[in-house]
Structures are given as C-alpha cells and as structure tokens.
Design a protein around this ligand. Structure first.
Ligand code: ZN
Length: 167
C-alpha cells in the first residue's frame, strides 16, 4: 500500500491582506479628500483646459453598456469602499479633482441648461446617481447663497397672437 503524504500549508492571512492593499491602482483610489479650493484652481488651470477643451466635463463621456441602448438609469455609484468599482466611471468620478461644492460654480454651471436654466438630467450627462444627488444639493445651495444666478433667457412674445382681433 502506498502512503500518500499531504502537506497542508496555512498561509499567513495578514500578509495576503497587505498585498491586496498594495495592489490597488492609485488612480482608482478615492479615499483622499480634495479641498474645494484645489478644485476651483484646477478648473482655471491649463491642464483642465487641455483635458476638456473648454467643453462641459460630460460632453465626451460615453457609458459602456451591453446592447444597443443605454440603461434608462445611470449607475448607483462608481465608487465602492473608496475605490472605483467600474472601468467606465462617470465624468465626476473619473476626475478626482472635480469636487461638487456650492462654491465651485464653474463646475456647477456645466450641469445647468443654457436654454431653460434647469438642472440637466443624469441620463443626459451620464453622471451616477450618488453624484447627481450631491450635484442637486450643491446647485440648490449655490442658488440659495447667491453664488449662481437663476437666469432664464428673456423671451419676446408676439402678444398679437394671443389677443382677439376685432374685425
Ligand atoms: Zn460616478
């Protein structure tokens, strides 16, 4: 009879955890809190201008999805446990220097329609639901504190169309 000897090794769990922590891509780490002042300076910098070319941050974003049509709702969140959990994060999550705050008006303005003065829908801009919620709070606060003006473009009406003609 053959004797089969088996060796069981018990890996050191602590070492494995440490290795996994080291393996996180630093560009996907979102645990670092970036102050609003840095974000405001970034939006005025040359690096920002070169990256987005003067367009709103969401214009060139396309969400990867299965099939011919995008899902009706955007992602719940792109960040889980402080790390980006998707390969195609939304325009706000992909750039860690874009901070949603009521003082960061240059960023907030990009999410307000220039025609109606209303906040753009998340389906249109592609930003995830968590960031859309933060955006709504920031814009409302900016309107409340007067950082953003609530402008609706002036419309000229031809009132003769509404008035009854007497002939
Ligand atoms: Zn996101």
């Amino acid at each position: 009879m053959k004797v089969v000897s088996r060796f069981y090794c018990t890996p050191n769990d602590e070492n494995i955890e440490e290795e996994q922590k080291k393996a996180i891509d630093p560009s996907k780490d979102r645990t670092k809190v970036i102050p609003v002042e840095t974000s405001i300076r970034y939006l005025q910098s040359k690096a920002y201008e070169e990256t987005y070319g003067g367009k709103p941050v969401w214009t060139l974003y396309r969400r990867n999805h299965k099939g011919g049509f995008a899902p009706r709702k955007t992602r719940k969140s792109c960040v889980r446990g402080g790390i980006i959990s998707t390969g195609n994060p939304c325009p706000i999550c992909r750039d860690e220097y874009l901070v949603l705050d009521h003082r960061n008006t240059k960023l907030l303005q990009q999410f307000i329609s220039e025609y109606t003065g209303q906040i753009l829908d998340a389906f249109h801009t592609g930003i995830c639901q968590r960031k859309q919620k933060e955006l709504l709070v920031a814009i409302e606060k900016a309107w409340d504190q007067g950082n953003l003006t609530y402008d609706v473009p002036f419309r000229e009406y031809d009132y003769s169309l509404y008035n009854k003609t007497t002939n």
